[in-house]
Design a protein around this ligand. Structure first.
Ligand code: SF4
Length: 382
């Protein structure tokens, strides 16, 4: 188990309180993206393909802390773009820690060695370092050689300085189960505090659209990986046992997109971390005015193959609170990797995908007074 007991207890208390208060839709993890700019251009990334005026924008410390206060989640994940490029990241983290939040910074770690002196270790603070596999796999995934080596060196430095360090790993179609299992063993040998794993999401703007897993392939891949690791028990995942069980095709879940509300430089992103189909000015507006029932597998074409943790971890946690014995059984026995899979949600009534990226960019640019910029893909946004 890669989640500290303190975190399990505090999140458990928070979730039970939400249920007792009768809240139907409550947030669990704030995904805070204070900038879109990154120092890498990964093939599977759909977050950074913006014109320069947008890449140059940042959320201020005040805007970040306001977002944290507005939604009130116990966990704050700082992502992007590359958060270490934000000059005021130390103040944002200090502000979140002062509010007793569990803070996780997702980073490619390229700047960690240079900037680590600006941060202090805390049981509430975790560096989540991006590694998509072994050296060859990761360097190929991020499109630059030497990145794996630098990330591992930064990981060791952070550990030596007393920080909690976890790994976040995204898997794509080409993933080889035996190689992934060996990579997980390597990560465990590095004595990291946990491992987060997820299939990639086929972002509308990801440069490489061919290498994403479909739903069936995701489940088969995870069954094969977990089979090699005693039902997943060999590795300390930083995720709930029921989410891992879902990845292996043993649970039928609908996503919980409001579980990980996302605040970017554009506002509160609708409906989830993965899809930017509109933006709300406030968290309340996001929760009250989003047409939640029009999203999710079986409802919307863009959701058909999504099994990403930002959409489903909250579904698994809700199930765990309702049926704790189910989660305890999996934690004890490991994820089932044989036998029939849970029924799949039919896709025959889903609404077709809407492609809204260019419209969003045009709207945001007009706010900044820039009327015409050619983005990296597609037509000029005017
Ligand atoms: S399935 Fe849910 S989490 Fe995934 S893209 Fe659709 S709305 Fe977002």
């Amino acid at each position: 188990m890669g989640i500290p007991l303190r975190q399990i207890l505090l999140i458990g208390i928070y979730v039970v309180r939400q249920h007792l208060a009768g809240r139907q839709r409550y947030p669990l993890v704030l995904m805070l993206e204070p900038l879109f700019r990154c120092n890498l251009s990964c093939a599977g990334c759909g977050k950074i393909d913006y014109p320069e005026p947008i890449l140059n924008r940042r959320l201020s410390v005040e805007e970040c802390l306001e977002a944290i206060d507005e939604c009130g989640t116990p966990v704050v994940v700082l992502a992007g773009g590359e958060p270490l490029l934000h000059k005021e990241l130390p103040q944002i983290i200090e502000g979140a820690l002062a509010r007793r939040k569990f803070v996780i910074v997702c980073t490619n770690a390229l700047l960690l060695e240079k900037k680590i002196h600006q941060y202090r270790p805390s049981p509430y603070f975790t560096w989540s370092i991006h590694l998509d596999g072994d050296e060859e796999t990761h360097d190929c995934s991020v499109g630059r050689s030497g990145v794996y080596e630098r990330a591992v060196a930064a990981l060791k430095l952070a550990q030596a300085r007393g920080f909690r360090v976890t790994i976040n790993c995204t898997l794509f179609k080409a993933a080889d189960p035996e190689r992934v299992a060996r990579f997980f063993d390597t990560v465990m040998a590095l004595e990291v505090d946990g491992l987060t794993v997820s299939p990639g999401y086929a972002y509308e703007r990801a440069p490489d659209q061919k290498h994403f897993l479909n739903r069936r392939a995701t489940k088969e891949l995870f069954r094969r990986i977990f089979r090699l690791g005693d039902g997943g028990k060999r590795w300390a995942f930083n995720q709930s046992a029921l989410y891992l069980d879902f990845l292996a095709g043993n649970q039928t879940y609908q996503c919980t997109p409001w579980g990980n509300p996302t605040r970017t430089i554009f506002g509160w992103q609708r409906p989830c971390y993965l899809l930017g189909e509109g933006y709300a000015k406030t968290y309340r507006e996001l929760i009250e005015d989003t047409h939640w029932d029009t999203y999710g597998t079986g409802r919307y074409e863009k959701c058909a193959d999504c099994m990403v943790h930002s959409g489903y971890e909250a579904s698994a946690v809700t199930d765990m609170v309702r049926r704790p014995w189910k989660a305890a059984w999996i934690a004890l026995r490991g994820v089932a990797t044989e036998g029939l899979m849970a029924p799949e949600i039919p896709l025959d009534r889903q609404r077709p995908a809407q492609f809204v990226f260019s419209r969003n960019v045009a709207e945001r640019l007009s706010e900044t007074g820039v009327s015409k910029v050619r983005s990296k893909k597609g037509p000029a946004t005017t």
